[in-house]
Design a protein around this ligand. Structure first.
Ligand SMILES: Nc1nc2c(ncn2[C@@H]2O[C@H](COP(=O)(O)OP(=O)(O)O)[C@@H](O)[C@H]2O)c(=O)[nH]1
Ligand SMILES: [Mg+2]
Length: 331
């Protein structure tokens, strides 16, 4: 096994193992390839990956040619700084949330099952965009085919509950039970990770208690809090209230667990329009890897403007970066 595999690599590898369609596999393999340190000690792994990549590409191509590739509608390629998937029972307000925050064409209706397929939209947050996926509903009896694959692949989950309805606790329970049946739990303030001891996939996520504008919501919200205890954080919202809706992008940003780092060429101004997105907890070396893909070992030193340092302070390559740090990499 090659040394120095990045956390991103390991995460992509896990996504590869969870992948159910050739498209999902390819996306994970491509991420693994990007994240694999390209040096001598990883040559064997590089060769293996290349083989898997070309086999998977062939599989997709042949499937398309024969015309019977069952393209999985739930294999939603990730785009933007991170991906958040909604899960909820019929009429919880999932489509209203995606429709209110993005330009995606979603169907909002007072009848159930109006959303048949997942629909991704891009949520603007400051200088980045976060992908938010509207999804068909789950019920106690039914989970759309392919949906659980998306739960594993995505970066974060938001359980949407109609807190003014007459089955608030059942609805929350339905969603959390489907997740638990697939060894998935919401984990507040943690990185997405597989808990080795329990084999449970811990997903960043919370319960969005929607429709708090309706009278029944107040009492139900208290019941829901009691019911969930410390199993999940609750964020109350009404999609009818633009101010409340406007709080969501920040909450989504916190969920996807990334930082924005601006690279600054020596002697020049930083490019503040186009941050590099890194997993939270990444160090200068991880940034160098992202900027110089494969040549990062040539980066010898770095200067930093941002969290906890004096402007322009020299930092080690293992210095942990924070959101909005500006870094000057020196070869
Ligand atoms: N009063 C109220 N109604 C809402 C709210 N959010 C959504 N709705 C309504 O609830 C119904 C279902 O919404 P929709 O977004 O289609 O739910 P979905 O099935 O989860 O996608 C629609 O009639 C919406 O207008 C809210 O915050 N307050
Ligand atoms: Mg819908």
């Amino acid at each position: 096994m090659a040394a120095n595999l990045t956390p991103q690599y390991l995460q992509a590898e896990e996504a590869y193992r969870a992948a159910r369609t050739p498209e999902e596999k390819l996306a994970a393999l491509e991420e693994m390839w990007r994240e694999l340190p390209k040096h001598k000690s990883s040559e064997k792994l590089q060769a293996e990956l290349k083989k898997k990549l070309s086999a998977t590409r062939k599989e997709i191509q042949e499937g398309t040619k024969k015309g019977h590739s069952k393209a999985d509608p739930f294999a939603i390629p990730k785009s933007g700084a991170g991906q958040v998937v909604l899960i909820g029972t019929p009429n919880a307000g999932k489509s209203s949330i995606v429709g209110g925050l993005t330009k995606a064409h979603v169907t909002i209706a007072e009848f159930p099952f109006s959303t048949a397929l997942p629909v991704p939209g891009m949520v603007p947050f400051e200088d980045i965009k976060i992908e938010l996926v509207d999804t068909p509903p789950v019920t106690a009896e039914h989970v759309p085919t392919g949906f659980p694959g998306l739960w594993r692949m995505t970066d974060a989950l938001v359980v949407v509950v109609d807190v003014a309805g007459d089955s608030v606790l059942e609805d929350a329970e339905t969603c959390l039970t489907h997740l638990a049946n697939r060894q998935i739990e919401l984990a507040d303030g943690q990185h997405k990770h597989l808990d080795d001891a329990s084999a449970v996939l811990k997903m960043p996520g919370f319960v969005l208690a929607n429709k708090v504008d309706l009278p029944a919501a107040a009492d139900n919200l208290g019941l829901l809090r009691e019911f969930l205890g410390d199993k999940a954080r609750i964020e109350p919202i009404s999609t009818r209230d633009t101010e409340q809706l406007a709080r969501l992008p920040r909450l989504l940003f916190d969920l996807i667990d990334v930082i924005r780092v601006y690279a600054k060429p020596p002697g020049k101004k930083p490019d503040l329009d186009d941050p590099f997105i890194l997993p939270a907890g990444s160090d200068v070396h991880a940034l160098a890897h992202k900027v110089y893909r494969g040549l990062e070992h040539q980066v010898r030193s770095a200067r930093l403007w941002g969290h906890g340092v004096v402007d322009g302070q020299n930092v080690h390559l293992d210095h942990v970066l924070h959101d909005k740090d500006i870094v000057e990499l020196h070869m």
